[in-house]
Design a protein around this ligand. Structure first.
Ligand code: GAP
Length: 451
């Protein structure tokens, strides 16, 4: 349990019961470290992705988008260093065959108070550590031989580097500029507990910002600030649950000159949510060497030709879904009642359903009127219609999935065309004319501040 009261178990169970996230291939017993996004999960994931795209691509005149293939030429991963360096040191138990990351064993031994040097599962003897590459391989084409071996990309970033020249030649970008991409990435991770935190198939939202050599430190600082602010202002994450953590020299990835993680306070401790990396000219230089033609940039302002330096912002989309749900989850006692409510305090931009419409009762034309109102709102918002059960129960079900606005149609609506608009966080109910609902929702969304 963390300080905001969301236990992982409760969030996992809500995700399953309300259709956010299911274990993958569940009817066959599931597949380890893979998850499927249900009707509400896909909406929340898409809303986060859209908020990121809007912030990075639409709001920045000098950032353009890209959607590169998951399967890339295998030389890409030799050039990037992933073939040689993207590996974990693993040890196996000779008896029960369990596999562990060598660097995680010390902590496991300590936490379980067991002898160092033995298998934490069965006490058996462990092998020496061996390097285990995290990239998945597959074959391209009908013939299975070594020449057809390819990798599923372990990061989206390389699709951006290999297209650097294409983008410069075909769009009007001028340094400093960025290329942004959202897409799937794959890693054969060995430690995959904690729900969707670390999975073998996941999505990243990455942006590579190309700058003049020498100006990378200024850009690095700018992006650190901007990225932290985005989670608070646009995703609605509580600022006190986020922090920046600098990588020590030993932790730096093979390509990085400096790196900070944006970390979140998960129930299992502070862990990474996004990486911000100063990648120097490493990637462009290496691709130039491997493809046999230097990849450089002619700066029209200075007339100098150089290999740009890169600042990367690399956020996990699926990990952001986890953070958003954990952060929003809250259980509270209702005033004056012996009843609890579970509520997701999701930012209205991110909530899978924006507005639910209920007739107080089904009869006397109320449900027909409610339907007409819901159809009108559907043009602009993700809506939900429900006419069954007690109104309090209907509100509770919407609280649980984070619906910020509920509209109730009652007998007064038939008399004066006004409805009750109920706000999720405060549970306040306001009377508004039908014609004013959409504007009020827009205003409340724009001015939304997490309580
Ligand atoms: N291009 C740089 C890069 O990939 P990273 O720190 O390895 O850097 C960036 O990954 C982000 O991708 C992480 O902060 C995390 O949000 C997400 N991520 C990485 N591995 C993941 C996994 N196995 N499952 C879910 N998300 C992952």
């Amino acid at each position: 349990m963390n300080e905001h009261g969301a236990s992982m178990g409760k969030v996992v169970s809500l995700c399953k019961s309300r259709g956010f996230i299911y274990p993958s291939s569940e009817i066959y017993g599931g597949l380890s470290a893979t998850w499927d996004y249900g009707p509400l999960g896909v909406e929340i994931k898409q809303n986060i992705q859209n908020a990121w795209w809007k912030e990075m691509v639409r709001r920045h005149e000098n950032i353009v988008g890209l959607d590169a293939a998951v399967m890339m030429h295998p030389r890409t991963w030799e050039a990037s260093g992933h073939v040689d360096n993207f590996s974990d040191p693993l040890v196996d138990c000779k008896k029960c065959k369990s596999r562990f990351r060598e660097d995680a064993l010390q902590k496991i031994w300590f936490e379980k108070s067991i002898d160092n040097g033995v298998c934490p599962e069965c006490g058996g003897e462990l092998t020496e550590a061996r390097r285990f590459n995290l990239m998945f391989t597959t074959q391209l084409g009908p013939v299975e031989d070594a020449g057809n071996l390819i990798y599923l990309r372990p990061e989206t970033a390389q699709g951006i580097f290999v297209n650097f020249k294409n983008v410069v030649d075909t769009s009007r970008v001028k340094i400093p500029f960025g290329i942004a991409q959202v897409g799937k990435a794959f890693r054969n991770e060995i430690t995959t507990k904690n729900f969707i935190f670390r999975t073998s198939e996941f999505e990243q939202m990455e942006m590579q910002y190309f700058v003049r050599p020498g100006s990378e430190d200024v850009a690095f600082e700018e992006w650190k600030t901007k990225r932290m602010a985005w989670y608070v202002e646009h995703i609605g994450i509580k600022p006190e649950r986020l922090r920046l953590n600098e990588h020590g020299q030993k932790e730096l990835a093979h390509y990085a000159k400096a790196a900070f993680d944006i970390e979140y306070s998960y129930p299992f401790g502070w862990q990474e949510l996004e990486g911000i990396h100063s990648r120097t000219d490493y990637d462009l230089k290496r691709h130039g060497q491997f493809c046999g033609k230097e990849i450089n940039y002619l700066d029209a302002e200075t007339n100098a030709r150089y290999i740009p330096y890169v600042i990367e912002t690399s956020s996990g989309l699926t990990r952001s879904v986890l953070v958003t749900l954990m952060d929003a989850y809250h259980e509270e006692k209702l005033d004056g009642k012996d009843e609890m409510r579970t509520v997701l305090h999701l930012h209205p931009q991110i909530a899978p359903i924006k507005v639910a419409v209920f007739p107080l009762v089904k009869k006397d034309g109320l449900s027909e009127m409610a339907r007409r109102i819901e159809e009108g709102l559907r043009e602009d918002f993700a809506t939900f219609y429900d006419q069954g059960g007690a109104i309090g129960r209907r509100y509770r079900r919407m609280d649980e999935i984070g619906t910020p606005f509920c509209v109730t149609i009652d007998y007064e609506t038939m008399d004066n065309r006004s409805v009750t608009l109920r706000l999720r966080d405060s549970m306040e109910q306001i009377r508004v004319p039908i014609e004013g609902i959409a504007d009020l929702i827009r205003r409340e969304t724009l001015s939304y501040k997490r309580s």
